[in-house]
Design a protein around this ligand. Structure first.
Ligand code: PEP
Length: 254
């Protein structure tokens, strides 16, 4: 039985004041779900310390939005996974489509970051998904398989069981367009099948253990339908995670 998980990705939003105000409103709405689902929020790096304190002993975990593939050294602007671990993070997003598209992170780069997150004892949340052009040219399966394969090649299939996969169609992120339940179901099943086929002797357990969550314009109005799908183990929520009522209702849908 896979425990559902809900992760809020704040992206590059927030301020000391706004974070405090958001947490004061959102924590009472999340607390009641913390036994039945895993919950996490991923603020920008400078606010990790503040948000860790605000989360306190609520049982809601802290996550980060990226991590370097390097452990330490002359890598100006990078933040290592061990630093994130020291700051109290449990989860790290890896390969978010905004990183891939706007900051040219290749699948190889993403795989190296994934490895460093695992090595620090944290849970990587590997984001995969197709652009609109790729979907319209029937490349969805191929694109996602390549993104997954890069990580399998880097860390091995068994290590995938320690991570989470977030299916995030690029055309649905921050656009207000949500994938239909049929589209989500199909890709989630394909992801699980791809993992199962990758090493048939051991893969059944891994593919059944692995949490595959959905992200892309999830909001209170569509969360119940999306989260009722059999292969959807939770959500990665961007914009709506900045609104306490909305995020609370989404948590209640899991
Ligand atoms: C995201 O940032 O991962 C995301 C899914 O964003 P949004 O919910 O705003 O589409």
């Amino acid at each position: 039985m896979r425990k559902p998980i809900l992760i809020g990705n704040w992206k590059m939003n927030g301020s000391l004041h706004a974070n405090q105000a958001l947490m004061v409103r959102v924590l009472p709405r999340l607390r009641m779900f913390r036994k039945t689902i895993d919950l996490a929020v991923c603020p920008p790096f400078p606010y990790l310390f503040q948000v860790r304190d605000l989360l306190g002993y609520t049982g809601i975990a802290l996550g980060a939005q990226n991590a370097s593939s390097f452990v330490s050294g002359a890598y100006t602007g990078e933040v290592s996974a061990t630093m994130l671990q020291e700051m109290g993070c449990r989860y790290v997003l890896v390969g978010h489509s905004e990183r891939r598209a706007l900051f040219a992170e290749s699948s190889l780069e993403v795989a190296a970051r994934y490895r460093s997150v695992l090595a620090a004892g944290l849970t990587p949340v590997l984001c995969v998904g197709e652009t609109l052009a790729e979907r319209e040219s029937n490349q969805t399966g191929l694109v996602i398989e390549r993104q997954l394969q890069a990580v399998i090649d880097e860390v091995g299939l068994a290590a995938m069981a320690n991570g989470i996969i977030a299916y995030e169609p690029v055309w649905a992120i921050g656009t207000g367009k949500t994938a239909t339940p049929e589209q989500v179901s199909r890709v989630h099943q394909e992801i699980r099948q791809f993992i199962a086929n990758s090493a048939p002797e051991a893969s059944d357990d891994i593919s059944q253990q692995l949490r595959v969550i959905y992200g892309g314009s999830v909001k209170a109005a569509n969360a119940f339908e999306l989260f009722s799908l059999a292969d959807v183990d939770g959500g990665l929520i961007g914009g709506a995670s900045l609104h306490a009522d909305e995020f609370g209702t989404i948590a209640g849908a899991l």
